[in-house]
Design a protein around this ligand. Structure first.
Ligand code: EPZ
Length: 426
C-alpha cells in the first residue's frame, strides 16, 4: 500500500489548479444509462472512483472510453445495450456511490439488481430514502442475498418529500423521474452544486427539469432522452482543501480553475479565522493574515459548511489561537482523523458529535493512518506544518477523490512524495 512522506515547514506559494468534481462526475456518468446515445463528459478528474464507475458501467454492457490526454480529461459513454443491468458487490463494496445506477437502470430497462452498498468508515450510509422514493414511483424492490432487486414496467411521476436531505438520493430519483410517466415533484431536495450540475446534463439530454439547486424540483417525464456533451463543475472540496493548505502553511496560494460561488461558507469561515482571501471569477487567492484565530463550525447541507471540509478545517483549527468547536451534523462517525491528529500533538476532545479543538498546538511528525478520503486530506494538511517528516499510510483512500494530489502540492512548494509498497501491492 502506498504511503506519503511529508516534511512540514514550507509555506505554499504560487498557483494550484483544481480538477473536475468527482461528486458531479459520478452521477453524470450514471446518467448516460438513461439514453442509448453517446454522452461525452469533460473535465473528468483522474481519480480511482471514476475508474470504478467505468468498470461498473462496462460490466453492465456500456461502452466507456476514459482519456486523460492533455486537453482531454474526457469520458465517452454509450449505453446502447445494457446486457447485464447488475451492479455487482465486488464493485459496489469499493464505492458506495454505485447506488447511483439504481434509478437510471430502472427508468431505462425496467429492471435493476444492485448490491446493497453497506456502510463505510464515516457511517452507516443507508439508502432507504432512495428505495422509498423509487417505490413511490411504482418500482417493486425486494432484497435478495445482499442485493436489491428492482422492477417497474414504467415508473410513474410522484410527489415525494425527502425525510432527510440526501445528495445522491436526490440525484438518483431525479434521474429516474426524467423517464417516468407524468410529473414528479420532489421536496426537501439537496441543493448541492453537484445536483445542479447533474440537472444541467439531464436538461441537455432532453429532460424537463425545473428548480434544481433549490429545495423543490419539478420534473415532467419524457419517453426518451438523447445524447449530450457536458463539462463537469470544478471540485469545490478539492478547492477548499487547497485554500486550507495555503492558510495552514501561512503561504500565498492562488487556487485556480475553481468556482468561488460554491465556496461561500468556507471563505466566510476562513476570513473569521483571520485569513486574507481575494475572490476572482474562477480563482481564489489565500494569504496569511498573521496569527490564526479560533472559530466554530457546524456542518450543514449546502450552502452551509460542508461535511466534506470538516476534517480539513479541524487540522487548521489546531493551529488557531483559542478554542474551536466542530459539530458534525451529517454523518455519525466522521471524526476518524481526530485520534491521528492527537498523535501528532493536537489537543482535541470529542463528546458525541462535537469535537473541541484547543490551539495553537505545535504538531509533531508521526506515522499516521488514513481512514477515509477527507480524513486523509486532513492528515496531509497537518503534516504540512508538523515538525519533521510524517509518514501517512493507506493513501489509497485519498487516491479515490484527489487527482495528482502530491504532484499539485509539490508544485507550490510542499515537501511531499509517494512511497510505493516495496512489493508493489496496492
Ligand atoms: C454525498 O454522499 C457525497 N458523495 C459525500 O461525499 C458527502 O459527504 C455527502 O453527500 C453529504 O454532502 C457523493 O456525492 C458521491 P447523503 P451521500 O445521502 O449522498 C443519511 C466525499 O467525501 N441518509 O447526502 O451518500 C446519511 O446517512 C463523500 O466525497 C439516509 O439516512 O450522502 C447521512 O447521514 C463522502 N438515508 C445523510 O443522510 C438515505 O437513503 C446525508 O447523506 C440516504 C442518506
Amino acid at each position: 500500500m502506498d504511503k506519503f512522506v511529508v516534511r512540514g515547514g514550507n509555506p505554499l506559494l504560487g498557483t494550484i489548479k483544481v480538477s473536475g468534481a468527482k461528486n458531479s462526475a459520478l452521477p453524470c456518468m450514471a446518467a448516460a444509462i438513461l439514453t442509448e446515445d453517446e454522452v461525452i463528459l469533460e473535465n473528468i478528474p483522474q481519480v480511482n472512483d471514476i475508474e470504478t464507475e467505468r468498470k461498473l458501467l462496462t460490466s453492465m454492457g456500456a461502452e466507456v472510453e476514459l482519456g486523460y490526454g492533455r486537453a482531454q480529461h474526457r469520458t465517452r459513454i454509450k449505453c446502447a445495450i445494457l446486457s447485464d443491468p447488475v451492479a455487482k458487490y465486488e464493485i459496489v463494496k469499493t464505492m458506495r456511490a454505485s447506488s447511483l445506477v439504481l434509478g437510471p437502470l430502472i427508468a431505462r430497462t425496467g429492471i435493476a439488481r444492485v448490491a446493497m452498498p453497506g456502510g463505510c468508515a464515516i457511517g452507516g450510509r443507508p439508502i432507504d430514502l432512495h428505495i422509498n422514493g423509487l417505490e413511490a414511483m411504482g418500482a417493486t424492490i425486494t432484497q435478495d442475498h445482499g442485493y436489491l432487486e428492482a422492477r417497474a414496467d414504467r415508473l410513474k411521476g410522484a410527489h415525494i418529500v425527502f425525510d432527510k436531505i440526501t445528495v445522491t438520493g436526490t440525484e438518483d430519483l431525479l434521474m429516474a423521474a426524467t423517464l417516468a410517466e407524468g410529473e414528479s415533484v420532489f421536496e426537501n431536495c439537496a441543493r448541492e452544486p453537484e445536483v445542479t450540475d447533474l440537472a444541467a446534463l439531464l436538461i441537455a439530454m432532453g429532460a424537463k427539469i425545473e428548480g434544481a439547486g433549490t429545495g423543490t424540483i419539478r420534473i415532467q417525464g419524457v419517453s426518451k432522452l438523447h445524447g449530450a456533451r457536458h463539462r463537469i463543475n470544478p471540485d469545490r472540496i478539492e478547492a477548499g482543501t487547497f485554500l486550507i493548505a495555503g492558510a495552514i502553511t501561512g503561504g500565498d496560494l492562488n487556487v485556480d480553475c475553481c468556482e468561488p460561488k460554491h465556496l461561500g461558507a468556507l471563505i466566510t469561515k476562513l476570513e473569521q479565522c483571520g485569513v486574507k482571501i481575494d475572490v476572482g471569477t474562477d480563482h481564489v487567492r489565500v494569504r496569511s493574515g498573521g496569527e490564526l484565530k479560533a472559530a466554530d463550525i457546524t456542518t450543514e447541507e449546502y450552502p452551509g459548511f460542508p461535511t466534506d471540509m470538516q476534517a480539513q478545517y479541524m487540522a487548521l483549527a489546531t493551529q488557531a489561537e483559542g478554542t474551536s468547536t466542530v459539530i458534525e451534523n451529517i454523518f455519525e462517525n466522521r471524526f476518524m482523523h481526530v485520534q491521528e491528529l492527537i498523535r501528532m500533538g493536537a489537543n482535541i476532545t470529542i463528546s458525541g458529535r462535537t469535537a473541541t479543538v484547543r490551539g495553537k498546538t505545535p504538531l509533531q511528525s508521526a506515522a499516521v493512518m488514513c481512514s477515509d478520503l477527507r480524513a486523509s486530506a486532513s492528515l496531509v494538511l497537518a503534516a504540512l506544518v508538523a515538525d519533521g517528516e510524517t509518514i501517512l499510510d493507506r493513501v489509497y483512500h485519498l487516491d479515490r477523490g484527489y487527482e495528482h494530489f502530491e504532484e499539485k502540492l509539490r508544485g507550490v512548494g510542499a515537501q511531499i512524495r509517494r512511497m510505493g509498497d516495496v512489493f508493489g501491492r496496492k
